[in-house]
Design a protein around this ligand. Structure first.
Ligand code: ZN
Length: 305
């Protein structure tokens, strides 16, 4: 590059020739001077920062600090409030668990001193009440641990009750297991058989007990009578609901002795053998249904001998 310099003092123009080397030197000088300037300013600001005593500057720094502090405070307060709400919900759950547990204990006939459902484990006393004032994080943490311990205790107790009730239910034989009639053998079993009316194979949904007319029919398990009427095929029929979706059926009776809605105790006489409906002779047709599906009664009945 050529730069032509013209001066009044000079009689003639001078020519300056700039090469790449000149440019590189110029750039290096510029960069190094910038760096030196920045370093110098930085040093000065650090060296004399504590001597900056401008009230404007101080209030600026202070307001930034206060804003951050307020943000942190409101965040903490929000967190604590959320935790307090959660604790309130946990306490409500506990109260509900307590009432359920107390009812279960009463039903199962357990010793009440073994299951004090309104006491905290180990320490006794009342439930922690809902916080009416702001709690510290430590206090809140303690409260939540306390609640968690109570919840664990309650689940343990309810688990124990559940297993006791299960055993109890088995003991009480809610399943139709009592022989509905004093008989030693079935005249016709459950499953596919030759239909006595059509002579063709058909599925027999229960078992038949041969017996003379008037022989007592007893209910195979405790329950509630849900059907007691004359049925065109089953004749005089009684259905008893035993809970857990189990129903037992007694058909072809000569007499029905119970009404719909009546509670019956296992072994109680509910009807007498007959030959009503689609029947070739006096017998009891007995069925066990689960969720409406016929089950093999011999799975439930305790056969004599
Ligand atoms: Zn039958």
């Amino acid at each position: 590059m050529n730069i032509i310099l013209i001066s009044n003092n000079l009689a003639k123009a001078r020519t300056l020739t700039l090469t790449t080397k000149h440019f590189v030197l110029l750039a290096a000088a510029f960069i190094s001077s910038s760096v030196l300037l920045a370093m110098g300013l930085n040093y000065l600001s650090l060296r004399y920062a504590d001597k900056l005593d401008s009230p404007t500057f101080r209030s600026l720094v202070l307001s930034v600090h206060q804003e951050e502090h307020q943000k942190a405070q409101s965040y903490l307060r929000d967190s604590l409030n959320a935790m307090a709400i959660r604790m309130g919900q946990m306490q409500a759950q506990l109260l509900r668990l307590d009432s359920v547990g107390a009812r279960l204990a009463e039903l199962s006939g357990m010793k009440p001193q073994e299951f004090l459902f309104n006491q905290s484990p180990g320490q006794g006393g009342a439930h922690p009440t809902l916080p009416t004032q702001d709690l510290s994080f430590v206090e809140m943490g303690n409260k939540i641990q306390e609640l968690s311990a109570i919840l664990d205790d309650r689940s343990d107790k309810l688990g124990a009750l559940d297993s006791v009730l299960m055993q109890d239910r088995l003991k009480k034989k809610m399943l139709p297991s009592v022989m509905p009639i004093e008989a030693k053998w079935y005249s016709s079993g459950f499953g596919v058989r030759i239909d006595p009316f059509t002579g063709r194979s058909a599925f027999h949904e229960g078992v038949d007990f041969m017996a003379t007319t008037g022989t007592p029919i007893v209910v195979a398990a405790s329950g509630v009578v849900v059907y007691s009427d004359y049925h065109p095929e089953y004749g005089n029929m009684i259905d008893v609901d035993h809970g857990n979706e189990f129903v037992s059926r007694y058909a072809h009776a000569s007499r029905r002795l119970v009404k719909v809605g009546q509670v019956v105790v296992r072994g109680q006489k509910i009807a007498e053998v007959g030959s009503t409906g689609r029947s070739t002779g006096p017998h009891l047709h007995f069925e066990v249904r689960h969720r409406g599906l016929p089950q093999n009664p011999s799975r439930f009945l305790k056969m004599p001998g």
